[in-house]
Design a binder for this molecule. Structure first.
Ligand SMILES: [Zn+2]
Ligand SMILES: [Zn+2]
Length: 140
């Protein structure tokens, strides 16, 4: 895999991309900052934010999560469904090869469709457990 011709990645961008591709935890910008700071101690959070936006705009990483929530980032560009916890916002990859829906002709509203993100939502095992614990009152 080569970057698109005609643009070069700065060292900071390369390190951010490299670190993001190492993990499957879909880190937030703050978490990416912590990862990258180990390699480039003087990097600022603002720089990390800006570079994450840039990498997204170039299609080198993906931004995940609902509008308004803290965004999470994914360095894995292969199409794969996600499952997101409604409580703690954790996002996991689904490895089951799911058929991604396509739009029938004429239903694209004039868009040049580039892809489709499938996201399941629910409660992660940790939050399920916490909820089950909270549900068992002293009367039980
Ligand atoms: Zn959770
Ligand atoms: Zn993912």
């Amino acid at each position: 895999m080569h970057a698109a011709p005609g643009f070069r990645l700065s060292r900071q961008r390369k390190v951010i991309l490299q670190e993001l591709r190492k993990v499957t935890s879909h880190p937030t910008a703050d978490e990416v900052f912590d990862m990258v700071r180990r390699i480039i101690p003087r990097i600022s959070l603002g720089t990390v934010y800006r570079n994450l936006e840039f990498l997204c705009s170039q299609g080198l990483i993906r931004k995940l999560g609902p509008a308004g929530a803290q965004k999470r980032f994914d360095g894995n560009l292969a199409p794969h469904p996600h499952i997101r916890c409604l409580k703690c916002s954790r996002i996991d990859d689904i490895h089951y090869p799911l058929e991604v829906p396509g739009l029938p002709p004429g239903e694209d509203l004039g868009y040049d469709v580039r892809g489709c993100n499938v996201e399941f939502v629910g409660l992660c095992p940790k939050c399920r457990l916490a909820q089950a614990d909270a549900g068992t009152g002293p009367e039980n």
